[in-house]
Design a binder for this molecule. Sequence first.
Ligand SMILES: C[S@@+](CC[C@H](N)C(=O)[O-])C[C@H]1O[C@@H](n2cnc3c(N)ncnc32)[C@H](O)[C@@H]1O
Length: 210
Amino acid sequence: MNSVLSEILNTGATQTADGKGTVKVHSAVSVAEGHLLQKLVRQVDPTMSLEVGFAYGVSALFICDALNVRKGTQHIAIDPNQYRGQWGDSWEGIGIANLHRAGYGDIVRLIESPSYRALAELERSGQHLDFAFICGLERVMAGGRPPSFYSFTCPNCQALYHIVKVEAGPETNDRELACRSCGAPLPSREGSLVLKYFLLRKAGPTRRRA
Ligand SMILES: C[S@@+](CC[C@H](N)C(=O)[O-])C[C@H]1O[C@@H](n2cnc3c(N)ncnc32)[C@H](O)[C@@H]1O
């Protein structure tokens, strides 16, 4: 683990952008969420990753630590508040300073814009993505309990998913979910919790019966 991330996790604080002071870290992913992110990143092995919601850079530090850096590797971070805070609290440039301090300055691209604009612009430009993490729309928490995630296999085609359960928020859209591999319907809720599916492995070729 890089020393910037381990210092944040050990102290609960981060250096200011100029390195002259410290501030308490808040609004960051938990250690369990960070480790889940790293597990997913290692499985997907992305060249081009993206996150929405950068803040002090904690999730980005977890993600960049797990990247297999090679030619073309880039982590795009979208957040309109890194310096200016016009969409909420400003993060005073601390997130991007943390990524530079950890040695990831060359692979991180910060887009200071709200996600609905930045994502539309990336799509327009034909940007390819291998992995995306959206942080900030709904809390990855289940009623104050630790985040709940587990593996799930599509009963129809055996495609493998990670499921994360999150609390439903006002923006939750109860649309029908379908397996990305075979199109079979998938449950979208468990009680009051919404199920998010992260495809890990598509179904292999169908085995023929003897
Ligand atoms: C929970 S924090 C992100 C924490 C970060 N992922 C981490 O682990 O350190 C949510 C972030 O969403 C950002 N945000 C707020 N409105 C946004 C928008 N419209 N588009 C993108 N990011 C936004 C906030 O500035 C804040 O940094």
